[in-house]
Design a protein around this ligand. Structure first.
Ligand code: GLN
Length: 451
């Protein structure tokens, strides 16, 4: 009830939620009944959670921030949603996001932007700005997000929260409305590293509904936080991402966080990742290619919106009118980019080259992790910028993800942990740690040591 009251009080200004679950109190009563009946529910039973609108949720609208899915109520739960329900957690509602998770500011949502609770004129990051803002504004203690190129970590950075992109395959993508299937991962958003770990432990694990799901069991992330110890840990600072291009205060807090870890026994070294500078270019071919294919299913027949041209029309005309009305400008831009990159005659030059760069980025990680246990970078180059500032400049918007995209290309896990407020503007910044695939526990160890 406290969270519903908080949402009623502040969400008019923040706009973190697209839908508030009116049945939350009934679910809470049901959890009490399950507990009274002796069911073992785990440590997060009774804890409310906000769910990014990219995850289909039984009985609640699930739009992925798009008009084309307006009013669609899915008949089933995405696996991470099913798991939080089974753990006795209480879904509070669906959070705002850039349309189909394309963006870094939530301004591409078809339902209007979310505002950063630290300064309502600034962006909360994206695409998962709603989940991050809900947690930062105490409208939810925890949230689920999705990260294809940084959409959990960059919003965490600009809102002073914790965000984790697990190893690719660590958390099921079943029921996550796909953006780019080879890059997408579902993960936790929270105010502390321990909270993120407790949620990670609930949602991780094998799911036969997702063919990329890793079958092996996972160690407890919460245990990694509780036993956090960085003595002897080798941390590699990626020198290409610790540069003049990063805002001075973001860089200052980044280095202070590293000094703290060094004071606790970690060894800080510099490492190179020469292919990272091509990661954004490769990502913006691979992502639109996969997205254009994934979004082909929104054809006016199977889901959501259907627009019939005046006087009727052929099937093709109905599809065209529906997609014209249902998709926003950023989605159309990426569908055009993606279909072009995949078209006969251009496939090798664009998509094929991008896949080769992807392999080079993976090799940079392999080489770095032969030397160090984890990598560190500032999570994003700047603190939260003003709403509207980058909306008309897609390339400026894309540059926000320079430090987060390499992890998605390589499938490795990443965490963003608050590093403090940048002195020049008093806004939050984050430090990102990256670990080898399946070594998510290392992120919780090093993040836990900072808490
Ligand atoms: N900002 C990136 C993009 O626009 C990342 C999106 C994401 O992780 N979903 O593609």
């Amino acid at each position: 009830r406290a969270h519903l009251d908080r949402i009623a009080a502040v969400d008019g200004a923040v706009h973190a939620y697209l839908h508030v679950n009116e049945a939350a109190l009934e679910t809470a009563a049901e959890v009490d009944r399950r507990r009274a009946a002796g069911e073992e529910l785990g440590p997060l039973a009774g804890v409310p959670i906000a769910v990014k609108d990219v995850l289909v949720t039984r009985g609640m609208p699930s739009t992925s921030g798009s008009r084309i899915l307006e009013g669609w109520i899915p008949p089933y739960d995405a696996t991470p949603v099913r798991k939080v329900r089974e753990a006795g957690m209480i879904p509070l509602g669906k959070t705002n996001m850039d349309e189909f998770a394309m963006g870094s500011s939530t301004e591409h949502s078809a339902y209007g932007p979310t505002h950063n609770p630290w300064d309502l004129e600034r962006i909360p990051g994206g695409s998962g700005g709603g989940s991050a803002a809900a947690v930062a504004a105490f409208e939810a203690p925890l949230a689920l997000g999705s990260d294809t190129g940084g959409s959990i970590r960059q919003p965490a950075h600009v809102t002073g929260t914790v965000g984790v992109k697990p190893t690719y395959g660590g958390v099921s993508r079943y029921g996550s409305i796909a953006l780019a299937s080879s890059l997408d991962q579902i993960g936790p958003v929270s105010r502390t590293v321990l909270d993120a770990a407790l949620l990670h432990d609930v949602i991780a694990g094998h799911d036969p509904h997702d063919q990329t799901s890793i079958p092996d069991p996972w160690p407890s992330m919460a245990e990694a936080v509780r036993r956090a110890d960085v003595s002897g840990l080798r941390i590699g600072v990626v020198k290409e991402l610790d540069s003049e291009g990063v805002q001075a205060g973001v860089r200052q807090r980044f280095h202070e966080a590293l000094e703290l870890l060094a004071a606790n026994g970690a060894e800080i070294v510099e490492v190179g990742a020469p292919s990272f500078e091509y990661a954004i270019a490769a990502y913006y071919l691979i992502l639109p290619a996969e997205a254009s294919s994934n979004l082909a299913k929104f054809d006016s027949v199977r889901f959501g919106l259907r627009v019939t041209p005046e006087g009727g029309g052929t099937v093709e005309q109905v599809m065209a009118a529906t997609r014209e009305a249902g998709f926003g400008p950023e989605v159309k831009r990426r569908i055009i980019l993606g279909t072009y990159a995949l078209s006969a005659g251009y496939y090798d030059a664009y998509y094929g080259s991008a896949q080769k760069v992807r392999t080079l980025v993976q090799r940079d990680f392999d080489a770095a992790f032969a030397e160090v246990d984890v990598l560190a970078t500032p999570t994003a180059p700047t603190t939260a910028f003003k709403l509207g500032e980058k909306l008309d400049d897609p390339l400026a918007m894309y540059l926000n993800d320079v430090a987060t995209i390499p992890a998605n290309l390589a499938g490795v896990p990443g965490i963003s942990v608050p590093s403090g407020l940048a002195p020049e503007d008093g806004l939050p910044a984050g430090i990102q740690f990256l670990a080898p695939a399946r070594e998510d526990a290392r992120l919780y160890n090093v993040g836990g040591a900072l808490e």
